[in-house]
Design a protein around this ligand. Structure first.
Ligand SMILES: [Zn+2]
Length: 266
């Protein structure tokens, strides 16, 4: 019986051919495309530094977890080991759970929720859910990948509900760009899973590596949106403003949230 650490012991294998470009890296492009996650974390921390100064704990923990996603995804695609697959999926699950427990808007706490408005209980609820799904992932890791992608639908639903109440044009535009990146990302992921025969026939089995880059792009837009709504709801002494780095007029820009202190009235 092969060890759970050994090469190709995972349940899934992506469309890219194995060991074609290297003897130690199973899926070459799927491995190196994770560089996008290593760029994402510092970019988020640096650009949203005004917010980070106010909310250091969630920013450092979530960026740290995003780095872990990059590390474990690199390890997984490099080895295609069972442990790699679990670590990759679990790091994504835990990042989502932690981000939800920090930033889930209180107004969306379920109505049946005991003592609604109490973050501590929500924190525990997401903790318990995560532990249960962690245990389940050991039973069927391949199925877990689909479940993880479904969480995106809940995030899209929350975004839609927030946008209905918001008339800042910049927020709407940013959400639209986020959704666009996500649609491209999930299409790449699905087409790598389902149409692999076709991509191999035309010698282009690289859609999973596109997924890594595209989902990181989508997160680059998603995080400032989350921050924007957190400032809006939880930090009444500031006004959030969406900005683009390096400046609005550049053809390639990265969004971030700046905090404005409303003028104090005499
Ligand atoms: Zn991957």
């Amino acid at each position: 019986m092969p060890s759970i650490f050994s090469y190709q012991s995972a349940e899934v294998d992506w469309c890219e051919g194995n060991f074609e470009r290297s003897t130690v890296i199973a899926e070459y492009y799927n491995t190196i495309s994770n560089v996008s996650f290593f760029a994402l974390s510092p970019a988020l921390l640096y650009l949203n530094r005004q917010y980070r100064q106010q909310r250091a704990l969630p920013m450092y923990i979530v960026s740290g977890l995003l780095l872990c996603v990059g590390v474990f995804s690199t390890y997984f695609h490099m080895t295609l080991s069972y442990v790699g697959q679990l670590l990759d999926e679990l790091s994504i699950l835990w990042t989502l759970a932690v981000a939800y427990s920090f930033w889930y808007p209180r107004i969306y706490f379920p109505r049946w929720f005991p003592l609604s408005g109490n973050e501590k209980q929500f924190f525990w609820l997401s903790g318990v859910t995560t532990v249960i799904s962690t245990l389940m992932s050991f039973i069927k890791p391949a199925f877990n990948a689909y479940v993880l992608n479904c969480i995106a639908f809940h995030l899209l639903y929350l975004t839609w509900r927030e946008l209905k109440k918001c008339n800042d044009k910049r927020v709407h535009r940013m959400a639209a760009v986020m959704v666009l990146w996500w649609v491209l990302a999930i299409s790449s992921w699905i087409s790598d899973r389902w149409l692999c025969g076709l991509w191999q026939a035309i010698n282009f089995p690289y859609f999973h590596s596109f997924w890594h880059v595209l989902i990181a792009m989508s997160l680059l837009y998603c995080c400032p949106l989350v921050i924007y709504f957190d400032v809006h709801y939880e930090m009444p002494s500031f006004k959030p403003k969406l900005e683009y780095w390096p400046s609005d007029s550049w053809p390639v820009v990265v969004p971030y949230v700046a905090l404005e202190e409303p003028h104090k009235q005499c």
